[in-house]
Design a protein around this ligand. Structure first.
Ligand code: HEM
Length: 368
């Protein structure tokens, strides 16, 4: 056992979800939360009233999660006890705005809600990006000042060659109907901030999946899980598609709208499956910095299988009006001190209020 494994739980005397404790301790700054949403709105295509400012276009799916036999030995959270748990998943395209460009290179989202027996839930929000591009709120605001929506033009071949010679990622060509983009500003930010490079360069090369069920999704932040014997471990979660990862041909003309139809068609024929993988951090691993990967040699545990059964009939209820939050965690899982994870607690609540999403009870005695 390493020294991190030996850290025993000193908190959680009453089983109160950590997000509720954070809210009660006044750890959420409402004006900062609102400002975070406002800078997103300022920088992306104008949001549709009542819809999310980012990850605007999505599809809600229902399914079941069954934990593996080893999962419960690492984490006491209810959804890891081995009994089947109902799950709601919303897949999304990363960009804001009402236009659907499924075939464009873009980050994709997979927000998962595990429905627990007392009516509360545990959420896990992940994207196809393995590392984030800023480490804290100040850097997020700094990034937002540079990565603004600006006219997007094709780079000449000699400019691309110049970029390559300077070890910079050249800009991709604009898509046929694409006139504005944040990409040029984001690349400029990456050129000036080393910590941002891994995340931003990944975004540049991320492509478009052939199916929402054929992409791997990463929750990026570190969480702490508590085992039945009280041992706490720092972990990172990701979803691996059982069907394998597959992107569209980047040289073919992009299609506008295929991901929802593909998923409906796929699930009509057969369920889609994902494995939930949990990587265990070791001494020296960066616990509070989502821009830093952990070494590929870390132990990974298969925590369970998610079976997606059908596209929800009521898309408003089972997708659009849901408000996920990465800090809504079952007892047994706690957020790390990652400043971005903390900031998301308030930002997602602010966004939910602004768009009229469904409030959700954080603990059994809260009003629905
Ligand atoms: C400072 C950092 C971040 C801010 C300010 C931010 C902000 C937001 C906001 C305001 C929403 C809409 C929430 C709603 O209305 O329900 C959202 C959605 C989303 N974000 Fe973030 N985000 C941040 C970082 C991240 C990271 C690191 C990830 C990846 C793990 C992520 C993945 C997602 C996904 C997948 C959705 C869509 C969730 C859904 O379908 O409801 N975000 N984000």
């Amino acid at each position: 056992m390493n020294s991190i494994d030996n850290a025993k739980s000193t908190e959680r005397p009453d089983g109160t979800p950590s997000a509720v404790r954070a809210m009660e301790r006044g750890m959420v700054d409402p004006s900062e939360a609102k400002r975070l949403v406002e800078v997103i709105i300022k920088n992306l295509p104008a949001p549709v009233p009542g819809q999310r400012p980012v990850h605007t276009l999505g599809i809600g799916v229902t399914g079941k999660f069954v934990a593996s036999n080893v999962a419960r030995t690492y984490c006491t959270a209810e959804h890891f006890n081995g009994k089947p748990v109902d799950v709601s998943v919303r897949f999304s395209n990363g960009l804001g705005g009402p236009e659907r460009h499924d075939g464009w290179s873009d980050v994709r989202g997979m927000a998962t809600r595990f429905h627990l027996s007392d009516g509360t839930a545990s959420d896990l929000i992940a994207t196809t990006l393995a590392e984030f591009f800023v480490r804290n709120v100040e850097e997020f605001f700094g990034f937002s000042e540079v990565a603004t929506l600006a006219p997007y033009q094709r780079e000449t071949w000699w400019r691309k060659l110049g970029d390559l010679l300077q070890l910079k990622v050249p800009r991709r060509n604009p898509y046929p109907s694409e006139t504005k983009s944040v990409d040029a500003g984001a690349l400029h930010y990456a050129d000036q901030h080393r910590f941002a490079q891994l995340g931003i360069f990944q975004v540049g090369l991320i492509g478009a999946p052939v199916s929402y069920a054929r992409a791997a999704y990463h929750a990026v932040h570190t969480f702490w899980v508590t085992a039945p014997n009280g041992v706490r471990r720092p972990v990172r979660f990701s979803w691996q598609p059982v069907a394998g990862v597959c992107n569209t041909d980047p040289l073919a003309a992009p299609r506008d709208d295929y991901l929802r139809a593909e998923l409906r068609d796929r699930l009509r024929r057969w369920p889609a499956r994902f494995m939930l993988m949990m990587t265990i951090g070791e001494s020296g691993d960066e616990l509070n910095d989502p821009t830093k990967p952990w070494p590929g040699t870390r132990i990974r545990i298969a925590m369970g299988t998610l079976t997606l059964i059908k596209v929800a009939e009521d898309q408003e209820k089972a997708g659009e009006r849901i408000s996920f939050n990465p800090n809504r965690l079952a007892p047994g899982i706690e957020p790390s001190e990652d400043p971005i994870l903390k900031a998301r607690l308030g930002a997602y609540e602010a966004s939910r209020e602004m768009r009229g999403g469904c409030p959700f009870k954080w603990r059994p005695d809260d009003a629905k």
